[in-house]
Design a binder for this molecule. Structure first.
Ligand code: XMP
Length: 517
């Protein structure tokens, strides 16, 4: 069971598998109208139960005339709710309503000039000839009854279509991508004018509604939350605390794999500054003894995940009457699990606390499950949370254990902590922290020869990893100025015992990953 917080007015996007589906949702939310993505397998009765103000059919990789192409129930078009199909979505409208879609001899990818034939309606205030982004190999041979073409490109005589009576629209191009110069205007015309939505959704509104719904759901009950110091669990907890006060019990587990002074800093911020009911549990000895002698990265992750569950379960049993567990699940994870994407290879186990709610028989509260990461930061700002939490770089659940190659030992942890703190200090001092996705030190358990004074050394190496990224899925190494790298290197070799070499990682993801393990 999970809580869903839904505003009244919204646009539903039916996902046919386009890489841009999330972008459509974001564009509409940027217009201050709530939008949500639903899988194309969602029964129409469930779709109508959500009372959408408008429906968008996304693009997708299939062709409508293929045997297993994803379709949708035709009654969608008689609901008296405006519909807009984008790319595959437009072809689907034609296919389902009696038109004809066929493979095109001229595939159209990239930029194209759109010429508008009817300047009203969804093209109101849009330039007569405007640049759009195309990505399709199919064309419309004949339009269904009641439809007319309202714009064309060199290769597509029907690049935009409509049935004005039923308010059904189709766009062959992608209005949601930035390359479609006036795409935002076209979407606005659909959302505001055709669907009649008002720009009324914002984080303040979300916050008020979320708080109310959490209050109703929890009643007089008690909830528990695991604070990691990261943005998601922090914002989720502060939000729930606002709704139920001290009946939210937060637990912060020190697993011995945290950064320098992190436990103190987290406690200071959450307990003192934000007034959370939070308890620090020092389980570092337990974690480190279980990790002793373990070198395999997946084994380390597994041990850390399991130990966390054991500790958290033990601690929560000490509190009477807990029936809810707060989790900071975000929208991309929710979409990922509902959109039935194909199986993908497991690169790393990222589920830090997987299986916790089932094991503990707790109902889940996931107050962020409809938000994107940047929206969570906005919500945090609305909750008056400090930027040291909201702008912090992501830090993996298994902590420094995946940044020490091979066995995790107290000595290695101390060295890595010192080196990592220097990296962060210098990057902040150079004003680079905000423009970088993640920057950190990695401990390499290899020894190399060096010279200090007149002495030969045979010590370990530290790698610096700094990447730029939008979502962590792909990444490029950050072009940090040489002087900054120089300052980091000098300080690490001077200040960190046992390290005589610093190297800079210049690999992108793929083929590397961001973390080294
Ligand atoms: P990779 O190393 O897979 O990391 O390129 C992508 C992003 O995920 C973070 N990461 C993790 N986060 N638990 C987490 O919560 C994990 O086990 C984990 N492993 C990697 C990583 O820091 C980067 O932001």
């Amino acid at each position: 069971m999970s809580s869903t917080l839904l505003p009244d007015e919204k646009i539903l996007i039916i996902d046919f598998g386009s890489q841009y589906t999330q972008l459509i949702a974001r564009r509409i939310r940027e217009m201050q109208v709530f939008s949500e993505i639903v899988p194309c397998s969602l029964p129409i009765t469930e779709l109508t139960a959500q009372k959408p103000s408008g429906i968008i059919l996304s693009g997708g990789p299939a062709s409508v005339y293929q045997k297993d192409a994803p379709l949708y129930d035709k009654t969608l078009f008689s609901l008296s709710v405006p519909v807009m199909g984008i790319c595959y979505g437009m072809q689907l409208i034609c296919h389902l309503m009696g038109g004809k879609v066929a493979q095109s001899s001229h595939r159209e990818y990239g930029r194209a000039r759109l010429k508008i034939q009817d300047a009203g309606d969804i093209f109101q205030s849009i330039t007569e000839e405007t640049e759009v982004w195309m990505s399709h190999g199919d064309k419309i041979d004949s339009l269904p009854d009641g439809f007319e073409a309202i714009a064309y490109t060199h290769n597509s005589p029907a690049a935009a279509i409509r049935d004005p009576k039923r308010k059904i629209y189709g766009l062959q191009f992608h209005p949601e991508v930035v390359h479609t110069v006036e795409g935002g205007g076209i979407l606005k015309n659909f959302v505001y004018t055709v669907c009649g939505c008002k720009p009324s959704w914002n984080m303040g509104v979300f916050l008020t509604e979320a708080e109310q719904k959490i209050k109703e759901r929890v009643g007089n009950g008690q909830a528990i939350s695991a604070i990691s110091g990261g943005v998601d669990s922090s914002v989720a907890s502060v939000l729930v605390q606002r709704a139920i006060g001290q009946r939210l019990h937060c637990i912060f587990v020190d697993n011995g794999l945290l950064r320098k002074n992190e436990a103190e800093r987290v406690m200071e911020t959450f307990q003192k500054n934000l007034g959370l009911n939070v308890r620090l549990v020092d389980a570092s000895a337990e974690f480190l003894s279980k990790l002793s002698g373990v070198t395999d990265p997946e084994k380390k992750r597994k041990i850390i995940g399991e130990t966390f569950i054991t500790v958290f379960e033990r601690e929560s049993k000490a509190i009477q009457g807990i029936s809810f567990l707060v989790q900071g699940t975000l929208y991309p994870d929710v979409i990922e699990s509902v959109s039935q994407k194909g199986p993908s290879a497991k690169i790393k186990t990222h589920h830090n606390v997987g299986g916790l709610p089932e094991r503990m028989h707790l109902a889940l509260i996931e107050p962020l499950r409809l938000l994107f990461k940047d929206e969570v930061r906005k919500l945090g700002a609305e909750l008056k949370m400090p930027s040291v939490i909201l702008d912090r770089h992501p830090f993996p659940g298994p902590g420094l254990a995946v940044r020490i190659l091979g066995e995790v030992t107290p000595e290695r942890l101390t060295r890595l902590r010192e080196a990592d703190a220097i990296v962060e200090e210098e990057i902040r001092a150079a004003n680079l922290y905000q423009s970088i996705w993640q920057v950190f030190a990695v401990y390499l358990p290899i020894q190399s020869v060096g010279v200090m004074g007149d002495e030969r050394t045979y010590d370990n190496a530290i790698a610096i990893r700094a990447v730029t990224s939008k979502d962590g899925m792909t990444a490029d190494w950050a072009r940090i100025p040489h002087e900054v790298l120089q300052a980091i290197s000098t300080r690490i070799t001077n200040e960190v015992q046992g390290v005589n070499r610093v190297v800079y990682d210049i690999s992108s993801k793929p083929p590397s990953t961001i973390e080294w393990e």
